[in-house]
Design a protein around this ligand. Sequence first.
Ligand SMILES: Nc1ncnc2c1ncn2[C@@H]1O[C@H](COP(=O)(O)OP(=O)(O)O)[C@@H](O)[C@H]1O
Ligand SMILES: [Mg+2]
Length: 257
Amino acid sequence: MREAIALSQSQTNSSQPPILQLEQINRSFNSGNSQLHVLKEIEFDITKGTSCAIVGPSGSGKTTLLGLCAGLDTPDSGRVLLDGSILSGMNEDQRADIRNKKVGFIFQNFQLLPTLTALENVMVPLELRGGSNNEIEHRAIELLSSVGLKDRLTHYPSQLSGGEQQRVAIARAFINEPSVLFADEPTGNLDAETGDQVEELLFNLNKEKQTTLVIVTHDMLLAQKCEQQIRLHRGEIAEQRFGKTLTQTGSIPSIPV
Ligand SMILES: Nc1ncnc2c1ncn2[C@@H]1O[C@H](COP(=O)(O)OP(=O)(O)O)[C@@H](O)[C@H]1O
Ligand SMILES: [Mg+2]
């Protein structure tokens, strides 16, 4: 039975419209002879400019859900609306176009292009859009510097540590100034200090550019810094809460947005 508990509804930013709306989402995968029903009747809204954490045990469907929200995948039934557009009704090209304009995505396993340097990887999303190469390069260098990788511009992914690859992936997700940034366990591979810096970068982007954050995490401290928390259990929403229980502190400089 689905049991969605909404606490402190008044703490949501009701003056803003939702940027993301999920309506009765179902997603299954074929598993041998049987169907694996990974997401069941998922429904929630995320308000523009807010932050939302998705938590839950491994295998509960978090990555699958994030992919559907970002238009990387489509549901078997139900609708996903991104900024009012019905993402789940679009073809692959239309979804790619919306992703390029509005979405940043930080993958759990980074997904950097192995034959491109750190700098080139970060430049890719803006190059797809077109524009002056000098400006794109300048912006990519600025972003890589802000995640502490000024001295790694010409390194290839295989020459970078896991944490460094994660930071390149973050810089790449920031470069097109997305309206909504999806991050799949963005601090999962980082040491505590680097993890804190990445958190700070994410929340600065949220505060300064009103970028909506949707973060899958196992880090309950990070989840509590988000204004909305959704807990998945075996593909269902087990709990939904509104309201931060921790505030973001620190003195890491803002990302140059
Ligand atoms: N493309 C796929 N094909 C088959 N099974 C999948 C696929 N993607 C995910 N799954 C299964 O769906 C379940 C949820 O996976 P996932 O969304 O990655 O969970 P989480 O991110 O919470 O660990 C897992 O049991 C996984 O094996
Ligand atoms: Mg996952």
